[in-house]
Design a protein around this ligand. Structure first.
Ligand code: RB5
Length: 146
């Protein structure tokens, strides 16, 4: 499993903690985010991770900004990305099971590191259920071609 991670200046510390958490689980992590607190623009990192996921350079993406909102919006503009912003684990799990999300986002100013770990754990452990959910995901993706 290889995960691409991206973040802006609001989330450097949390990104570092998440990277260590993932590495401790034996997951390979590619860092596409900023490593300084200098103000930067989150769309750059959302797009980078989104493109890495769609190209297959990484299996999944994790994005962190202040709220998780802006960076996930940017990632969702990349064709093939299904990014979800979560502040609790239930939505994270269901977003995989029903929506087959391939990018997870959360806010460093919204959730603490322990909640972030729970969100990540639920998201990674869940599997897409297919069936009627595949039909709906296909409908979502078809919007990109219209
Ligand atoms: C940066 O101040 C902040 O706007 C950004 O991290 C994020 O919260 C945007 O959605």
């Amino acid at each position: 499993m290889r995960i691409g991670i991206g973040n802006d200046h609001a989330a450097v510390e949390m990104k570092n903690e998440v990277v260590q958490y993932l590495k401790d689980k034996g997951i390979e992590v590619i860092n596409y985010g900023t490593d300084t607190s200098e103000s930067c623009n989150y769309p750059e990192y959302g797009e980078k991770v989104g493109r890495a996921v769609v190209s297959g350079d990484v299996d999944l993406g994790i994005l962190i900004c202040g709220t998780g909102v802006g960076i996930s919006l940017a990632a969702n503009k990349v064709k093939g990305v299904r990014a979800v912003v979560c502040s609790e684990p239930y939505s994270a799990r269901l977003s995989r099971q029903h929506n087959n999300t391939n990018v997870l986002a959360f806010g460093a100013r919204v959730v603490g590191i322990e909640m972030a770990k729970m969100i990540i754990d639920e998201w990674l452990a869940a599997e897409f259920m297919g069936g009627r959910h595949q039909t709906r995901v296909d409908m979502i993706m078809a919007i990109e071609d219209r």
